[in-house]
Design a protein around this ligand. Structure first.
Ligand SMILES: Cc1cc2nc3c(=O)[nH]c(=O)nc-3n(C[C@H](O)[C@H](O)[C@H](O)COP(=O)(O)OP(=O)(O)OC[C@H]3O[C@@H](n4cnc5c(N)ncnc54)[C@H](O)[C@@H]3O)c2cc1C
Length: 460
C-alpha cells in the first residue's frame, strides 16, 4: 500500500504475486473459530485495496535474482517468468510439523481462514451429533477436541473453541459441558512464551478452571485410526491413549520453503538473512535490489529483546517492518540513505473468549476483562484498512446486542450433494453421489466428517 502510488508516479508498477486474493489478519483466526468475527471480515481484499498494483493470482516457485526473474506458477500447466527491478520477499511462514504417524492424515492446522471456519463448524457439528447419540465410545470420540501446541495461537484457539462450545451447549438442553472434552497438549513445561512465567501459570490455571485438560511436558507420538497416543517428555514414556475425532496442530511455524528456492542467503532455520535496514544481506553485504520482512526473514532485533538476536515472527513486527521497508526502498531509488528498523516489542495481548484474556503490556500484566478489552482495542484498530476495522467493530457490537451466532453451516464441503440428489437419475444416484462428493469433498450425503481435517478426513 505504501509503495504502489509512488512507484506508479515514477513510471513503474508494483506487482503482488499471491495465490490468495486477500491478506489474512491471522491474529483474528481464533475469534473467527470462536464465532465472534465473521470470516470474511478477518481478510482484506487485494483487489479492493491495492488499486494501483498489478495483482497476479499465482505462486512464486523460484527466483533467479542474478537474472532478476521470478518464476510464477499460475496453474498446473502454466508457469510464467516475471522480470523485475526490486524484489520484496515476504511469503511468511508455514506450519511446522514433525514426522508423527497419522498426523498429516488426521490433523488440521490453524493458520488459514478456511481452517478457522472449518473448526467453528466442526465444534458445532460434533455438539449436534453428540446430543443425538447415547453415551458410547463414538459419542465420546466425537466430543473430544485435542489441540497440540501451547503457544500464543494454540492457547487462544482452544480457549475460543471452548467458549464457542459453551455458548452452543447453553442453547442445547440435551448437552452439558461435562459431555465435551478439550485437551491441550504441550511438549514444554509451560505455555505462551510471550508472557511472564507467573502469567503463564495463571493461564494454565484459568484453562483448567474452565475444564480444559492441560497436559504439559507431553507430546503426540501417533494418531492412528483416531486413537491418539501421547508420551511424557523428555523420557518418552507412555502418557495417555484415547480416541478423538478432532486433532488441531499449532506447534509452531517455520519460514516459507520458498526462501530456499532462490539464490538469496538463508540461515540454518531456513529464514532469509536480512540486515537491520531490511535489505537481504549475506556474508558479502547487502544484495542489490532485494528486500525482505515478516515471518520469512531473519531481521536483527536492535531493541535487544528478540529471540537469538532476531525479531520474533509476529504481526507487530511484520506490519511495522513493511512500512519501514517501503520507506527504505523508495529512499534507495532516490539515492538517499536507508535507515535501520528498530521496534521495542509493546508486549502481548490474547483473548480467551468473551470477557477473558491475558495481556503483558509495557511490562505490566493484566488478566480477565481488562486484558480482553485491550486485545480487542489493539487488534480491532490494527487490522489494515478502515473498511475492515468498521466491519469488525460493528460485528462485535451486534454480537454483544444479539449474542453470538452459533448457527452451523451444513455441507460446506459438498455443496453439490443436494442438487445431485435431485437431478441424477434414480438408479445412478448411489454410484454418482460418490463422484459428486469426490469433486467437492470427501463425505457422502448424511455422513459426518471425521478427525481433525475439515478438509479431507476419512468418512465414517
Ligand atoms: C492463529 C494465529 C494467531 C496469531 N496471533 C498473533 C497476535 O495476536 N499478534 C501478533 O503480533 N501476531 C500474531 N500471529 C502471527 C502473525 O499473524 C504473523 O507473524 C504475520 O501474519 C506474519 O506476516 P507476514 O506478512 O510475514 O506473513 P503472512 O501474513 O503469512 O503472509 C504471507 C503471504 O504470502 C503468501 N505466499 C505464501 N507463499 C507464497 C508463494 N510461494 N508465492 C506467492 N505468495 C505466497 C501467502 O498467501 C500470504 O498472503 C498469529 C498467527 C496465527 C497463525
Amino acid at each position: 500500500m505504501r509503495l504502489q502510488k509512488k512507484i506508479k508516479a515514477s513510471g513503474g508498477i508494483v506487482t503482488v504475486v499471491d495465490p490468495l486474493p486477500y491478506m489474512t489478519y491471522q491474529p483474528f483466526l481464533p475469534e473467527v473459530a470462536g464465532g465472534n468475527i465473521e470470516a470474511r471480515h478477518a481478510v482484506v481484499s487485494h483487489r479492493r485495496h491495492l488499486k494501483d498494483t498489478e495483482l497476479i493470482d499465482g505462486e512464486v516457485v523460484s527466483i533467479d535474482h542474478k537474472a532478476r526473474k521470478a518464476f510464477v506458477r499460475l496453474s498446473e500447466e502454466e508457469t510464467i517468468e516475471i522480470p523485475y527491478q526490486d524484489i520484496i520477499m515476504s511469503a511468511g511462514a508455514v506450519t511446522k510439523t514433525f514426522p508423527i504417524p497419522g498426523l498429516a492424515e488426521h490433523g488440521i492446522g490453524f493458520k488459514t481462514i478456511e481452517e478457522a471456519v472449518a473448526l467453528r463448524n466442526r465444534v458445532l457439528e460434533k455438539i449436534e451429533e453428540g446430543s443425538a447419540e447415547g453415551d458410547d465410545p463414538v459419542r465420546r470420540r466425537a466430543l473430544t477436541f485435542v489441540l497440540v501446541g501451547g503457544g500464543f495461537a494454540g492457547i487462544e484457539a482452544i480457549a475460543e473453541l471452548e467458549d464457542l462450545a459453551r455458548a452452543a451447549i447453553r442453547r442445547n438442553p440435551r448437552m452439558t459441558m461435562k459431555d465435551v472434552r478439550f485437551v491441550l497438549v504441550e511438549a514444554m513445561g509451560r505455555v505462551m512464551p510471550e508472557v511472564t512465567e507467573a502469567q503463564a501459570e495463571g493461564v494454565v490455571e484459568h484453562l483448567r478452571e474452565r475444564g480444559i485438560e492441560v497436559m504439559l511436558n507431553t507430546s503426540l507420538a501417533s494418531v492412528e485410526d483416531r486413537t491418539l497416543k501421547l508420551i511424557n517428555m523428555p523420557d518418552k514414556s507412555p502418557a495417555a491413549e484415547f480416541e478423538a475425532d478432532t486433532l488441531i496442530w499449532t506447534a509452531g511455524v517455520r519460514a516459507n520453503p520458498l526462501a530456499t528456492e532462490s539464490d538469496f542467503p538463508v540461515d540454518d532455520r531456513g529464514r532469509i538473512k536480512s540486515g537491520a535496514d531490511l535489505r537481504i544481506t549475506g556474508d558479502d553485504g547487502p544484495v542489490d535490489n532485494a528486500w525482505t520482512a515478516g515471518d520469512v526473514a531473519a531481521v536483527p532485533d536492535l531493541s535487544g529483546g528478540g529471540v537469538g538476536g532476531y525479531c520474533v515472527p509476529n504481526a507487530q513486527h511484520a506490519v511495522r517492518q513493511a512500512k519501514h521497508l517501503a520507506a527504505n526502498l523508495l529512499a534507495a531509488r532516490e539515492g538517499q540513505e536507508v535507515t535501520d528498523y528498530k521496534h521495542t516489542n509493546l508486549g502481548a495481548v490474547a483473548g480467551f473468549g468473551l470477557g477473558k484474556g491475558v495481556a503483558n503490556v509495557f511490562g505490566f500484566g493484566f488478566s480477565g476483562l481488562p486484558a480482553w478489552l485491550m486485545h480487542r482495542a489493539y487488534h480491532g484498530t490494527a487490522i489494515p484498512t478502515l473498511e475492515r476495522k468498521l466491519r469488525v467493530f460493528s460485528g462485535w457490537f451486534w454480537n454483544l446486542v444479539l449474542s453470538r451466532d452459533t448457527t452451523q453451516l451444513e455441507d460446506l464441503e459438498r455443496p453439490r450433494a443436494a442438487f445431485y440428489a435431485a437431478a441424477a437419475p434414480a438408479k445412478k444416484k448411489d454410484d454418482g453421489a460418490d463422484k459428486a462428493q469426490s469433486s467437492q469433498g470427501s463425505k457422502k450425503p448424511g455422513e459426518k466428517s471425521e478427525v481433525g481435517s475439515g478438509s479431507g478426513g476419512s468418512a465414517k
